[in-house]
Ligand binder design. Sequence first.
Ligand SMILES: NC(=O)c1ccc[n+]([C@@H]2O[C@H](COP(=O)([O-])OP(=O)(O)OC[C@H]3O[C@@H](n4cnc5c(N)ncnc54)[C@H](OP(=O)(O)O)[C@@H]3O)[C@@H](O)[C@H]2O)c1
Length: 249
Amino acid sequence: MSDTIFAGRTALVTGAARGIGRAVALLLARHGARVAVNYCRQAEAAAETLRGVVAAGVAGVAVQADVSQPEAVQAMVRQVREALGPIDLLVNNAGIVEHVSHGELDFAAWRRMLSVNLDGVFLTTWAVKDEMIACRYGRIVNISSLAGLVRKPHMIHYATSKAAVIAFTRSCSEAFAPYNIRVNCVAPGCIDTDMARQADPALVAQIVAGTPLGRIGTVDDVAAVVRFLLSDESDFITGQTLPVCGGRV
Ligand SMILES: NC(=O)c1ccc[n+]([C@@H]2O[C@H](COP(=O)([O-])OP(=O)(O)OC[C@H]3O[C@@H](n4cnc5c(N)ncnc54)[C@H](OP(=O)(O)O)[C@@H]3O)[C@@H](O)[C@H]2O)c1
């Protein structure tokens, strides 16, 4: 499907070089948004995403920034504004994962996880919210995880960061509602990306067995729900977390 529901809007998608972020960036471009493609390390992958954005007939820009670094995030938002205008649509997607037992989890790993998965969401949201408030328009979707809703003994730090993103979403939704800014969350189950490929194949098989729809998800399954939550079709929805997990929860 291709239309112009986001025509005239500027979107920033963090972690859009590959995986879910890339699928979201390409879908928003196909629906007419100008798209800023944030990446951390993979410049060539980000350039590939940007080529797809431009091929959809919209303006785009690739911007390097580590979302856990306050100054880098400020610089990223400045760069996007200069290239594409004020940010109307924000997708906080950048994230990392690690599978470790409680015995292996130390403070350095805990801090790293929270700095990317939680500080990154805070810093990027805070860098765009004042302009959204001034414009009286904003749509924010945060990518959490099913891990934020269920027990995950082998990723305690990851699950904690993703649960915090759900709480952040809920509270921001009320704080920003008077300014016509909606904030929602998507909680993907196991999705076929580089991240999921880090998991033990036996664990993935177990996940599929416990999924009523009998498969893992695709990046397009998630992107479609992000598109919905950014669009006017979801105009009476804010502060919610929508699992995209084939019925696992
Ligand atoms: N795949 C799943 O099963 C699954 C399930 C639930 C939730 N999620 C969530 O969905 C989101 C996307 O995951 P994915 O599966 O698409 O992962 P992925 O394929 O590993 O891609 C992760 C993306 O995040 C970027 N990134 C990592 N650290 C960053 C940082 N410090 N600053 C800026 N960008 C950074 C990476 O950039 P570079 O390429 O430049 O390194 C990459 O583009 C994550 O928040 C993840 O937790 C994924």
